[in-house]
Design a protein around this ligand. Sequence first.
Ligand SMILES: [Zn+2]
Length: 256
Amino acid sequence: MMNKYDELTDSELLRYARQILLDDWDITAQLNLKNASIAIIGVGGLGCPVAQILARAGVGYIHLIDHDVIDESNLQRQVLFTHHDVGKYKSQTAKHILENTNSFIKIYATIQKITHDNIADVIDKVNLVIDCTDNFAIRDVINQYCVDNHLPLLSNSAIGEIGQIALFEPDTGCYQCVFGDERGDENNCTNTGVLASTVNIIGSMTAQIALDFLGRHHNPIKHQLLIWQGKTLTLKKLQFHQSKDCPVCYQKQPSS
Ligand SMILES: [Zn+2]
C-alpha cells in the first residue's frame, strides 16, 4: 500500500519545519508520520478536526470512511465544510479539501457505512484506526475488528459539552472492557445536541494523541479514559484495565 520512505524531501523539511524544530519532535518522528497510515471512520464533528490536523502535520496515508452527506445542520461544527458542500458526500469532500491542504500525503475516501460484513474489506492494513463515529453498534463492530486484527484503536466521542477519548492497544483492554454492555440510551448529536467547541476540542486532543503515537510510538493515555467537561473546563483521567469478563478481547488471549 505504501512505500517505506527513509528521508524527507527539501519541500517537506520546509513544510514541517515548526514541528521538526521542537525539542521533543525530530526528523525521525516526522519520518515516522510520513510512513504512517491511518483510517478515520466518521468524517463529522470529530473526524473533521482529526483529519485536518493529521493531514497538515504530515501523516502519510489517511483513509476517510463515511457514507453520509453534508447537511445544513452539520456546518455549525464540522470545520472542513461550507454551505457550498451541502448535499455532497463528507468523505469525498474532505478528501478534496485535504489534498489541497497538503499535497505531500495520500488521502483516500470511501463512501460506505461500516458493517460487520464489510469492515475487513473497507479498512486496509493501517497503523492506527480512529473511531469518530456516533453510533454504538458501529463502535462495537470497529472494536471487534481491531481486537481480532491486533490494531490499535483511538476512540473518541462528544455529546453536549462532554467528550471522551481512549487509545486501546492489544495489551490494554478494549472498548468493551471499559463500557461493557451498559451504554444507556443511544444519545447522539442528532437528538441531544453538541456545542461547536466540544467536538473540536476532543478532535484536537485526539489528534495530539495520534501524533504522539504515530510519530514517537508513545501512548500518552495508556490504560486511561480521558473525560472532558466543557462547562467546568475540567479534564479527568480514569484508569481502566482489561476485563476478565470481556467477551471481545479476553478470550482472544492465549491461556497461560
Ligand atoms: Zn475487552
